[in-house]
Design a protein around this ligand. Structure first.
Ligand code: PEP
Ligand code: MG
Length: 755
């Protein structure tokens, strides 16, 4: 039994005094280990700090050979100390030498000590070092001793994070915390951004670790928990989210955790050991995060994420910080780092100096990514663990081309990227020069280059990119970034503004393509096993015609007196087009009855993105005014290969013989019926693929505005006839490699075409 004078609270009080003294870093650390050893009645107390080179160096010891300080070291995973660092878990052993990982360090003289207790020094779930106590007598340390040592480790974590120990080690290797880190994620939106980190959910910085009085801190914690529970219940009771599946599920999980006895007990224990309520929340949260990082099961990981969110909320309850981004206090170039966020939240940040976005989660089709792309902001997603590693205000580089995030980049990396940014700017300036030049091949074939859009913020790009018009206006984007259904007047306003921005250039509005992966944050979420093959787009419009009617009406009103082009997504059968024609006719009749002016010309078109249409092309061409290939979906359905799944993202090539045959077949049919044909999937924006499409007979392509320059540069060097002569026979050949990519690259290289 330990006496009161040696309890954890006394220890923390001592440590507070040591922290307040004006001492050198080494002296302070030496004093700390002395106090811990005395307080825990241990013969040894040692601190190992993780260096940037992945080595744990002995920084201070009481009880081991003092000559070993800054000499003895272990790699991560090596010995007991290395094992604790690798697993972020405590080790409590009554006979250390029997443990399979035991490694004997002769310089320390530790061979006489049998019992061993080591805990990771954690900060936001990240291991910064290891704290160890040892005794000669064989014994297992009690649970409260483990808890006390973990609490003490938190003090050391603060010391390391404050940078105080930097420079103490002999080799001059920096500490792990300041090490440059490269995180390999997914490239979600192209571009390079350099700046300083802004955490979307700013960490509440706990400055006061040590409590004055346990009871009053417990009361503070309980009161904050009470307020937290009430706020969650309030959210759950609100009518508007009552039916919203996913959102509700998360809140239910919050409620469950907020009442979790284990969680509350662990926080109260930490307070009993001498921490303030907020430090206790942070300690338990850090332990949880370390656990989460070890967790493989995605469902459990998700739940632990929820737990973490809850801890953030609780911290805010305790320190009273407002929720959300602190956009107004940001100056200079910055990069937002978040686990995930909604599109509308990104729009809350001031655009001026926002240079990039890094998400711990995020998928190519998530709304925030779509919006970031529209804004030209580079995005890296699936940046594993970025939230543990990123510190507010530290330098970061986002490489949205290769899917990399560089934290605290080394000077040479920074220089290389700064050069890359300058190179891109020069290239962009060269594309700008092309803006006024005709988009015409060497042999005089005109190719119409249009841009894809969907939000008001896209419209300035029309003039900046020199696009010939908007080949695909994704009307669902307005719905996806809103927090409620856009009113008919708001829809009409956007369509009107779009037509005004386009002037005499064509705009093709696509009717709502929601459902599947395009979920509205406020709509009812319908769980489907295969949402991409589910109740979406035109299917939903036909079954619930209220929405499409409202939309058609808004379009007809906005297009009064001018040409209006409307296109239908995910058409599978020609009768779906006929059905929409009836809806349009009805809306026209209603509006005319009320004296509204009508568009001077109305054209209805169909996307070709469902393979079944390939066997109805004759009927389809007779039913519509124009067609547009949605290569993103058509490719995923032809190849049975999910467009959002990174595992198979590069498995099949859109430039494969089979897919090019499909695309050629559509071009031939459109020509036969003299229907205008566009391709508006991502393929159109890649110069080599765009070259192939021109070879296949496509004369109109719609792409993101940033691709127009590179594609135009390519086609102004291309002889379309020569390419067709080579490509068209090649795709019909029964033998040879599957992909036509090499053939296309050879052609481009031998004709001096940049792609
Ligand atoms: C497509 O599928 O290629 C397309 C353009 O539509 P979306 O990407 O919006 O599904
Ligand atoms: Mg599509």
């Amino acid at each position: 039994m330990r006496s009161v004078a040696t309890g954890p609270r006394v220890l923390l009080r001592r440590l507070r005094e040591v922290m307040a003294e004006s001492l050198g870093a080494q002296q302070r650390l030496d004093k700390i280990v002395k106090h811990i050893a005395a307080n825990m009645v241990a013969e040894v107390c040692s601190v190992y700090v993780l260096r940037a080179d992945g080595v744990l160096e002995l920084f201070a010891t009481e009880g081991l050979n003092p000559g070993a300080v800054h000499e003895a070291s272990l790699k991560i995973g090596q010995g007991l100390v290395g094992t604790i660092a690798a697993t972020a878990r405590a080790l409590n052993l009554d006979n250390a030498r029997e443990h399979p990982a035991f490694a004997y360090l002769p310089e320390t003289g530790e061979e006489i000590f049998n019992s061993f207790l080591g805990v990771p020094i954690l900060r936001s779930g990240r291991v910064l070092g290891v704290l160890v106590v040892q005794n000669q007598a064989k014994r297992l340390y009690a649970d409260d001793e483990v808890e006390a040592l973990e609490t003490t480790a938190m003090v050391l974590a603060e010391l390391i994070a404050a940078g105080e120990l930097e420079g103490l080690n002999k080799q001059g290797t920096g500490l792990d915390l300041s090490r440059p880190v490269q995180i390999d994620g997914a490239a979600l939106a192209e571009g390079i951004g350099l700046g300083y980190i802004v955490l979307h959910e700013p960490r509440v910085v706990v400055t006061n670790l040590f409590n004055e009085d346990v009871d009053s801190e417990i009361v503070r914690l309980r009161e904050a928990l009470g307020r937290l529970r009430i706020s969650i219940d309030d959210l759950l009771d609100r009518r508007e989210i009552a039916s919203d599946g996913e959102h509700r599920e998360v809140l239910e999980a919050y409620r469950m955790f907020a009442n979790d006895r284990g969680w509350v007990r662990r926080m109260e224990e930490a307070i009993a050991n001498g921490l303030t309520a907020e430090a206790a929340v942070e300690k338990v949260q850090s332990d949880n995060r370390a656990r989460m990082m070890r967790q493989q099961d995605p469902y459990l990981r998700e739940r632990l994420h929820d737990f973490e969110d809850l801890a953030f909320r609780l911290l805010r309850e305790l320190v009273g910080k407002p929720h959300g981004p602190i956009a107004e206090s940001i100056s200079g170039d910055y990069i937002v780092v978040a686990r995930n966020m909604g599109a509308a939240e990104l729009l809350d940040y001031s655009r001026e100096n926002l240079r990039g976005l890094v998400l711990e989660e995020g998928a190519p089709t998530s709304h925030v990514v779509i919006v970031a792309r529209a804004l030209g902001i580079p995005v890296v997603g699936q940046a594993h663990n970025i939230l543990s590693l990123a510190e507010s205000g530290k330098a970061i580089i986002v490489d949205g081309d290769d899917g990399l995030a560089h934290l605290r980049p080394a000077p040479d990396v920074e220089t290389a990227y700064a050069e890359k940014v300058r190179f891109r700017a020069r290239r962009q300036a060269a594309y700008d020069q092309l803006r006024a030049l005709p988009s015409c091949t060497v042999d005089g074939v005109d190719v119409e280059l249009m841009m894809n859009a969907g939000l008001a913020m896209d419209l300035p790009q029309l003039d900046q990119s020199g696009a010939a018009g908007i080949g695909l206006f994704r009307t669902e984007l307005q719905f996806m970034v809103a927090s409620r259904f856009p009113r008919p007047s708001e829809q009409e306003e956007l369509y009107r503004a779009t037509l005004a921005a386009a002037g005499d250039r064509d705009v093709t509005f696509r009717t709502l393509d929601i459902g599947g992966d395009k979920v509205l944050p406020y709509g009812n979420v319908i769980q489907e096993e295969n949402p991409a093959l589910g109740w979406r787009a035109i299917r939903l419009s036909i079954d619930r015609p209220g929405l499409i009617r409202m939309q058609i009406r808004a379009l007809l009103k906005a297009g009064a007196g001018r040409k209006l082009k409307v296109m239908l997504p995910m058409v599978t059968e020609v009768r779906e087009v006929r059905k929409v024609k009836e809806i349009v006719a009805r809306e026209v009749a209603v509006l005319e009855r009320f004296g509204h002016a009508m568009p001077s010309r109305f054209e209805l078109g169909s996307m070709i993105e469902v393979p079944a249409l390939l066997w109805q092309l004759d009927e389809l061409m007779q039913e519509v005014d124009f067609v547009s290939v949605g290569s993103n979906d058509l490719f995923q359905f032809i190849m049975a290969s999910d467009r959002g799944n990174p595992r198979i993202a590069t498995r099949f090539d859109p430039l494969s013989r089979s897919f090019l045959r499909v695309l050629r077949r559509i071009a031939v049919k459109a020509g036969q019926y003299q229907r205008s044909l566009t391709l508006c999937g991502e393929l159109a924006g890649k110069p080599l693929a765009a070259m192939a499409l021109i070879g296949l007979g496509y004369r109109s392509l719609s792409m993101s505005s940033s691709s127009i320059g590179p594609v135009k540069a390519m086609l102004r060097q291309l002889d379309a006839r020569q390419l067709a002569e080579k490509l068209l026979p090649a795709i019909e050949e029964p033998i040879g490699g599957q992909t036509m990519r090499e053939l296309l690259i050879d052609f481009a290289d031998s004709h001096g075409i940049h792609y």
